[in-house]
Design a protein around this ligand. Structure first.
Ligand code: ADP
Length: 375
């Protein structure tokens, strides 16, 4: 069994141990030599070039992804050439373009924030007037909060209106949800239809970037999130792992924020805390193998992200101190060059009480940060 992953980030890197255990040969098509997942089986190339990607795919059973940026014409070209691509281009379109996603979720009748497609400052002002403050997003190319702005006037996104053709031809305006908390539902689906869902988790963001994850989400009626996850996976024909990010509003209603069709930061807890990790499940799903159990191995788990504090500190200076002080913590570092705000690694803890685990996880992160701080 041979799986090709386009993209050499930490998600591809974390597929390796699962692939080795399953006896799957993993090959990575990375964007540069310095990528997180670079290893002997890696090819370096341009994922926007069909001929390079097609030659990488030859001899492999399936192509999958570590990110959602492979252009549609490359995806469609691969499919036309007979390459198995999971998730497929039609499903991926919803994770590549937030307007495409909003329209499809509306057709499926799934709950989401009020939204509007806007092409001019005037259209945005119309959406703003009754609300005072709204969230504006670039439909394509945003990640970790980089294509998201909370605005009180259309002038605050004038630069985006100037670059509209590069951003998808329109902007997405959304009501600003005064949410109680953010949740994520991780689901895996095989091409032949089998679905498996992990327990819903709570995600805590800082500055638009995931900072911590609590599994399972405390005090949550699990049913609705599981149903939404399943409905999205089936309605959009997703194959592989799908993450559905959601808001829980003040009344307890769930609203879909966005989708990722690959292993996701909100699922890193599953490496140690679930019988089947999201990385193993993704490989099983894209190969159309029977899915593994998604049961948790402990009553609670917490994942704490290690975000870059500056361009020097890769946390390795304090690694031994933190390891010695927190022997129960599972440390993951991604081998990436330090940069402020960059996802450099994460820590997972398993136990009985989510609050205590969160406190311990944050303390372990502080031990790694040392003098540095994220401000
Ligand atoms: P990205 O694609 O960069 O991850 P998201 O659409 O997930 O962007 O938005 C990043 C964060 O911004 C969310 O996790 C949430 O905290 C906040 N956010 C996004 N949309 C809204 C909204 N409609 N109302 C309130 N907060 C929002």
């Amino acid at each position: 069994m041979r799986v090709g992953v386009i993209g050499g980030g930490q998600l591809a890197r974390m597929m390796y141990p699962a692939a080795i255990a399953l006896g799957v040969e993993l090959r990575v098509f990375a964007e540069s030599e310095g990528s997180s997942a670079v290893a002997a089986t890696t090819k370096v190339g341009d994922y926007t070039d069909l001929s390079q990607v097609a030659s990488f795919a030859s001899g492999l059973d399936v192509i999958t992804f570590d990110h959602e940026h492979v252009p549609q014409q490359v995806l469609l070209g691969l499919v036309e050439a007979g390459v198995r691509v999971h998730p497929g281009p039609n499903a991926l379109a919803h994770a590549q373009n937030k307007l495409v996603m909003r329209k499809r979720l509306a057709e499926l009748g799934l709950p989401q924030p009020q939204w509007k497609e806007v092409q001019t400052p005037g259209e945005l002002e119309e959406f703003l007037t009754p609300r005072g403050e709204v969230v504006v997003k670039t439909p394509i190319g945003g990640y970790d909060g980089k294509g998201v702005r909370v605005v009180k006037s259309a002038a605050e996104v004038a630069d985006w209106f100037d670059r509209l053709p590069d951003l998808g031809g329109a902007l997405l305006a959304e009501e600003k949800v005064e949410f109680k908390r953010e949740l994520a539902q991780l689901v895996a689906r095989r091409p032949s239809g089998q679905i498996a869902s992990w327990p819903t988790v709570q995600t805590i963001q800082s500055g638009g970037v995931c900072s911590e994850v609590i599994a399972p989400a405390p005090n949550l009626d699990a049913g609705p999130a599981l149903e939404i996850g399943k409905a999205v996976a089936e309605g959009l024909g997703v194959t592989g792992v799908l993450a559905v990010e959601m808001f829980e509003d003040q009344g307890g209603k769930l609203l879909v924020n966005e989708l990722a069709m690959r292993p996701h930061n909100s699922g890193h807890f599953s490496i140690e805390a679930a019988v089947t990790s999201q990385f193993e499940q993704h490989l099983r799903a894209v190969l159309d193998l029977p899915l593994g159990s998604t049961e948790l191995r402990a009553p609670a788990a917490v994942m704490v992200n290690l975000l870059g504090v500056d361009d020097d500190n890769d946390f390795l200076g304090n690694y031994q101190t933190a390891m010695a002080e927190f022997p129960e913590a599972k440390f993951h570092t991604y081998g990436k060059t330090a940069r402020k705000g960059r996802k450099m690694g994460h820590i997972t803890l398993l136990g009985e009480d989510a609050d205590q685990l969160l406190e311990r996880g944050r303390a372990a992160r502080s031990a790694l940060y040392g003098e540095a701080s994220l401000d």
